[in-house]
Write a protein that binds this ligand. Structure first.
Ligand code: SF4
Length: 276
């Protein structure tokens, strides 16, 4: 069993998002590993985000966090605001409940191993709640977040790997620094959504298997359409012959109608899982 699993290609929500947004970008990023260095500003945000995740993990494990808070005013203010907004998460009323931070699960699906990391999982006799911490300044639109593979995959994997029916599973994102006051966006799961996710996964991964087979014969993964706004923000634009100097005004005008959706998905792709 173990030897079979090691041959499976691991896929996270971030990889599924990228694959869905642009298969060629997936190829450059994960198969060829052509990433350029991160923007220092983005890196700074990521470091702060990692520190908050570590703090929440320490807190869930019942370890002291005072030294973290004393050293970092930003963390202290986030934590104080979060404790005011959601005291029930920090101090569970139900001591029987299972609580685990950085909870890792995998699910074998077709030729792939789907992987998830929940920032916090709280489960009791009747329900299982997944929590995710975000330190980005502003929550995205709920509709876009619902479509993001993090939401879909996280609840799907829990339903497939536990005894909980989909109706008893939820996922809540907490945005700890949104305009000074933490805000949350919660999704409830159900059997219909579960079946839809299974279907979408099946379609996407069937395509991936096809593209991988062709890639091994020397064919590149497909690019998005020329009018797709994603190319304007993509680090591979020159490599793909899609840099701005080659984008005509007409193409930009066609792209504008889709730009809001594309931008939202691009922003969401930047909300990365933090491994500790
Ligand atoms: S430039 Fe466009 S086609 Fe090329 S990888 Fe980026 S998004 Fe995809």
């Amino acid at each position: 069993m173990l030897s079979t699993q090691t041959q499976l290609l691991r896929l996270s929500q971030g990889q599924l998002n990228l694959l869905e947004r642009c298969p060629r970008q997936f190829q450059h990023t994960y198969l060829q590993q052509l990433n350029s260095p991160l923007d220092p500003k983005y890196q700074e945000g990521q470091t702060l985000g990692s520190r908050f995740h570590r703090l929440m993990q320490q807190q869930t494990m019942g370890l002291p966090i005072d030294s973290f808070l004393q050293e970092d005013a930003q963390l202290k203010s986030w934590m104080t605001a979060f404790a005011d907004a959601a005291p029930e998460i920090l101090t569970s009323a139900n001591s029987e409940a299972f609580r685990d931070s950085e909870h890792y699960r995998t699910l074998s699906f077709s030729d792939y191993l789907l992987t998830v990391i929940y920032d916090l999982l709280i489960a009791d006799n009747s329900k299982a709640q997944i929590f995710d911490w975000k330190t980005t300044p502003k929550p995205p639109n709920k509709r876009y977040l619902e479509k993001n593979w993090q939401t879909r995959l996280y609840m799907y994997v829990l339903a497939e790997t536990s005894e909980y029916p989909p109706e008893n599973i939820s996922m809540t994102y907490w945005f700890v620094q949104s305009e000074g006051k933490p805000q949350n966006i919660k999704f409830s799961y159900n059997t219909t959504a579960h079946e839809q996710t299974a279907k979408k996964l099946n379609q996407l991964l069937t395509k991936l298997t096809n593209w991988l087979e062709r890639y091994q014969q020397g064919e590149q993964f497909p690019q998005v359409a020329l009018c797709n706004k994603a190319c304007e923000y993509c680090q591979f634009a020159t490599r793909c012959d899609r840099d701005r100097t080659q984008t005509s005004a007409d193409v930009i005008s066609v792209a504008n109608s889709a730009s809001n959706i594309d931008n939202a998905l691009l922003n969401l792709a930047n909300i990365q899982e933090v491994s500790l």
